[in-house]
Design a protein around this ligand. Structure first.
Ligand code: MN
Length: 323
């Protein structure tokens, strides 16, 4: 998995809960639900099995792959609109090319993140690169949707291209885990992603048999999604968790705990997890496809605005370049 990986994890700053810190208990573990996106590529929807109030301020987490595409098999999501939230695409393997009506875009690959604030409205495309389409190859990534509070839904669109080298890297106290901070802050180390809603978003690789304990903000919910491997979450009454499952922590306690089982499948060198948390927005959600607003009237307006071309379009030459 070529997400950014340090040569010597033992040289990284260590993360440990403070003295007297209490681990959060596990509220539940749910299976992701398989769905189809864009031109028909398969995703695992991490939040589909839980009440969305537990995920707030997150709306959706789609796990794409890992899949080994044959030539001409790779699919993407051609031009489509969004309004009212942010899409965050983190690539572990392979490449994806974004273009948008705001002039943002680019190719992201191995360990890079594309952060798009749709805000008041944008049209974008998310397509595999030409070389991945023609030659096939490994594709593995995730797309997270972060909701915007009503007051920020009409912000102008924004694009952040975050290279793998910009992530903050940390190690667990036992040296067996590498933690990559994409957004927010863990133990004083901040990630590069800039958000309207306070969140923490990180990717951890936990060696077989290792234990990761991460200090967690008291006002944030805590979620863990397993990209590959198997292990357990929670300290006192740990719950088993494996690839394609989402763990939800209780709201009380000061740190999250995740352990990798000592024996993993031979093709899985480490337990790979995403850690997510944020301050819940607690506003009404009206959601229709690519639009997430507070009211049904705002959704109808979004559909009308898109159909009238008021969310713009991707410039013709860049649209062609993305095919
Ligand atoms: Mn999209």
């Amino acid at each position: 998995m070529p997400a950014v990986t340090p040569e010597d994890p033992l040289a990284l700053p260590r993360v440990a809960p403070r003295e007297g810190s209490h681990p959060r208990a596990v509220a539940g573990v749910a299976d992701a639900v398989v769905g189809l996106e864009g031109e028909g590529f398969q995703v695992r929807r991490a939040f589909a099995g839980i009440d969305l109030r537990y995920a707030d301020p997150f709306l959706l987490l789609d796990h794409m792959g890992a899949v080994e595409y044959a030539p001409y098999e790779a699919k993407g999501a051609p031009d489509h609109p969004h309004r009212g939230f942010e899409t965050v695409t983190y690539m572990l393997d392979g490449k994806i090319r974004h273009r948008d009506s705001n002039g943002g875009g680019g190719v992201i690959s191995d360990g890079a993140t594309q952060w798009m604030t749709a805000g008041a409205g944008i049209v974008h495309s998310e397509m595999p690169t030409e070389d991945l389409v023609v030659g096939g190859g490994l594709f593995h990534g995730v797309q997270l949707w972060v909701n915007l509070p009503g007051a920020s839904k009409w912000n102008p669109p924004r694009y952040q291209d975050i290279s793998a080298a910009k992530l903050s890297l940390l190690a667990s106290e036992d040296g067996g885990s590498v933690l990559r901070v994409i957004a927010g802050e863990i133990a004083g180390s901040g990630g590069p992603g800039s958000t309207f809603t306070p969140i923490t978003y990180a990717h951890a690789s936990i060696a077989p048999g290792a234990r990761l304990r991460v200090p967690w903000r008291a006002d944030f919910n805590g979620l863990v999604y397993v990209l590959s491997g198997h292990g357990s979450i929670g300290a006192v009454d740990p719950a088993p968790i494996r690839e394609g499952q989402l763990g939800v922590f209780d709201l009380t306690g000061d740190h999250l705990e995740v352990r990798a089982d000592a024996a993993q499948d031979s093709h899985v060198p480490a337990l790979e997890v995403l850690l997510l948390g944020g301050a819940p927005i607690r506003e009404p959600i009206s959601w229709y496809g690519p639009f997430v607003m507070n009211t049904r009237e705002e959704i109808l307006q979004a559909i009308e605005d898109y159909q009238a071309g008021r969310m713009g379009s991707i410039p013709a030459e860049t649209s062609e370049a993305s095919q």
